[in-house]
Write a protein that binds this ligand. Structure first.
Ligand code: PMP
Length: 457
């Protein structure tokens, strides 16, 4: 193999500026500032091209569940590439890793979910969801049941269907989204939107918006409700304890499908294999991606309940839907090895019994910082709300400026956390040790001090 000649940071930045259009990026601002080039990683740590070591409290983009540097995953990919780098799953074909991965996922999924449709990403998985949900009701003789109810500030991807199912207003504003047949209800975000209600009352209110919307549209028009167990990109929004039980009551009363988007919560993030198990939900479809391969290769999919799969299979004939990379053998081999690591090393148990209680206990202490108005989290997800006055849940002026400032200070001090407005969020690799959690919390505290000082200037 011929290695390309090494480039230094300035050379890479110049090339990047000239040629590389990044996702979710203001290119003018980035061009002025220069990209940060991440060169290598190990465990929970990243190194940039200037040799800085950074604690990755986001597991990449919520995906590197088993941590960086697992040679078994590289070896699984290498072996599979030599054996069979690609073949499709169309035309009555399959490949061994894809078959085995579907079976292995069925083993860990809720008992009523036994089949997997493979895609290349979380967004593609949600495109599949929309097609599958509508196909299901067509086959059930109710083709008018087409509307999917999502939530404002939910995130389900960036393709046309993904962005439509999601409820991100800035995304909808670019390109006439959502597409027809997708509507949104309020989110269960008590800190931001709960007003004077208690979290419990607000949770019930937010859930009842689903019922109100179903009744407004007519249940004969509604195909499905889609939601993340805990909203990730929206700001690690942990719903009040009353929310999911009330949603379940409503779903039991009306005949619509439940789509639980497990792209972030799946594969151990909450201390259960899936967020649906954490909240005791019975989904009809579960889109997955990210932790499915720990991000080592791109892969997504939809785990399908027997109710939906049996209808598609028994009554459906050909479903005109699929992707070139559905069931990609190399991604599947990595997914299989990733599942083996999660299972054999009891990583999900470790999250539930050890890492998550410890992380939640340690970050809860950050409420003593003057900038922090709320700390919340489940499993290895966490969020801090930055406030100007913690007695009143009062935000800083500037619409996210405090969060942006805090995020930049974090990076300069060796920590990746993400800012969603003024909410600082984290989602570290599941293998983070107690000592590393201590390091993380110390770093956060220091960065909050620096942010408080910078905000005073
Ligand atoms: N669903 C959820 C809940 C997500 O968090 C994401 C990505 N952050 C997606 C879907 C889309 O996944 P992808 O970026 O792989 O298309």
């Amino acid at each position: 193999m011929i290695q390309p000649p090494p480039l230094n940071t300035a050379e890479l930045q110049a090339m990047d500026r000239a040629h590389y259009l990044h996702p979710f990026t203001d290119h003018k601002a980035l061009g002025a500032q220069g990209t940060r080039i991440i060169e290598r990683a190990e465990g929970i740590w990243l190194w940039d091209s200037d040799g800085n070591r950074i604690l990755d409290a986001m597991a990449g983009l919520w995906c590197v569940n088993v941590g960086y540097g697992r040679t078994e995953l590289a070896e699984a990919a290498y072996r599979q590439m030599l054996e069979l780098p690609y073949y499709n799953s169309f035309f009555q074909c399959a490949n061994p890793p894809a078959v085995r991965l579907a079976s292995a996922i069925a083993d860990i999924a809720p008992a009523h979910m036994n089949r997997v449709f493979f895609a290349g990403s979380g967004s593609e998985a949600n495109d599949t969801v929309l097609r599958m949900v509508r196909r299901y009701w067509d086959l059930k003789g109710q083709p008018q049941k087409k509307t999917v109810i999502g939530r404002i500030n939910g995130y389900h991807g960036s393709t046309v269907a993904g962005a439509s199912l999601g409820g991100m207003k800035p995304m909808h504003a670019q390109g006439d989204l959502p597409i027809p047949g997708i509507v949104h209800i309020p989110q269960p975000y008590w800190f931001g939107e709960g007003g004077e209600q208690s979290p419990e009352d607000f949770g019930i209110w937010a859930a009842q918006q689903l019922e109100a919307k179903i009744l407004e549209l007519g249940v004969d028009q509604v195909a499905a409700f889609i939601a993340e167990p805990i909203q990730g990109a929206g700001g690690v929004i942990v719903p009040p304890a009353t929310y999911w039980p009330e949603v379940k009551r409503i779903l039991d009363a009306y005949e619509i499908l439940l789509v639980v988007d497990e792209v972030i919560c799946g594969f151990g993030r909450t201390g259960e294999w899936f967020g649906s198990q954490y909240y005791d939900l019975t989904p009809d479809l579960m889109p997955i991606a990210k932790g499915m391969t720990s991000g080592y290769l791109p892969m997504g999919g939809v785990i399908v309940s027997d109710r939906v799969a049996d209808t598609l299979i028994e009554e459906g004939g050909e479903f005109f839907h699929g992707y070139t990379y559905s069931g990609h053998p190399v991604a599947a081999a990595v997914g299989l090895e990733n599942l083996r690591i999660l299972r054999d090393e009891r990583i999900v148990d470790y999250v539930r019994k050890d890492a998550a209680p410890y992380l939640q206990e340690r970050i809860a202490g950050l409420i003593d910082h003057p900038l922090v108005g709320e700390v919340r989290g489940v499993g290895l997800l966490g969020a801090l709300e930055l406030v100007s006055d913690k007695t009143r849940r009062a935000r800083f002026a500037g619409d996210g400026r405090a969060g942006g400032l805090c995020r930049d200070i974090c990076v300069r001090n060796g920590l990746v956390m993400r800012a969603v407005g003024d909410t600082m969020i984290m989602s570290p690799p599941l293998i983070i040790s107690r000592a590393e959690i201590d390091q993380l919390v110390e770093l956060i505290w220091r960065c909050l001090d620096l942010t408080a000082a910078a905000l005073k200037e």
